[in-house]
Design a protein around this ligand. Structure first.
Ligand code: CA
Length: 220
């Protein structure tokens, strides 16, 4: 899962990035509204954490531009304390949720998990596909109740597929959602992670569609 953080305050931006990375998200940070707007327009993100008070372009304008151009990723806005007008303006501009500064990292993580789940049409914290269960709170996966031991990259690949069951997911899309930096990207390694996952999962759960990508088989 890939998260965009748009936050101009350097200490807070670092805290957010570290907090999100510590639970396995891939995080990109923009320090002003213009960069944030551009990144949200050009890269796919599973969710965005957007500060309202930003230099160069304020958060409300950034959000309005994304929504006007059809960008539908879930957006959590951060507002200063006691600024109900900002919250109203943010929600009217298309925010999915808000948090007031200062906030607890745990609450931010819980709200982001909920937004990502709902964006995928999942109401529960547990994603289920046949014998496979993924608990998005504890970042654990199990088959018929037996916990799987997964590396962080294996978990990211599986989590992305579990959020898109029955859909064809291309190698390029998986690569984008599991790596933080362009220079780490090597789409061949996705094949390696898929091969390792298949050894840990029941046969047939992850299908390969030649030339198209992978699909988590819902019918199992
Ligand atoms: Ca700010």
């Amino acid at each position: 899962m890939r998260i965009l953080v748009v936050e101009d305050e350097p200490t807070l931006a670092t805290q957010l990035a570290e907090g999100l990375q510590s639970v396995g998200y891939v995080v990109h940070v923009a320090h002003n509204g213009v960069d944030g707007s551009f990144m949200g327009d050009t890269d796919p993100y599973d969710a965005v954490e957007l500060d309202i008070g930003l230099p160069q372009m304020d958060g409300i304008t950034v959000l309005k531009k994304w929504r006007a151009s059809g960008r539908t990723m879930p957006v959590l806005i951060l507002t200063a304390r006691d600024t109900w007008r900002e919250k109203v303006a943010g929600i009217d501009a298309g925010a999915d949720d808000y948090l007031t500064k200062p906030f607890h990292m745990e609450e931010l993580l819980a709200r982001l998990r909920a937004l990502i789940r709902r964006a995928g049409g999942h109401a529960s914290t547990e994603l289920v596909c046949g014998p496979l269960t993924l608990d998005t709170r504890s970042s654990r996966a199990s088959v018929d109740g037996t916990a799987l031991t997964l590396t962080s990259h294996e978990y990211r690949v599986l989590a992305y597929l579990m959020h898109h069951p029955g859909e064809i997911v291309s190698r390029a899309e998986l690569t984008e959602h599991i790596y933080a930096q362009d220079f780490d990207r090597d789409s061949n390694t996705v094949e390696v992670f898929i091969a390792r996952l298949r050894k840990k999962l029941p046969p047939g759960l992850i299908e390969t569609l030649r030339g198209l990508g992978y699909r988590l088989n819902k019918a199992q």
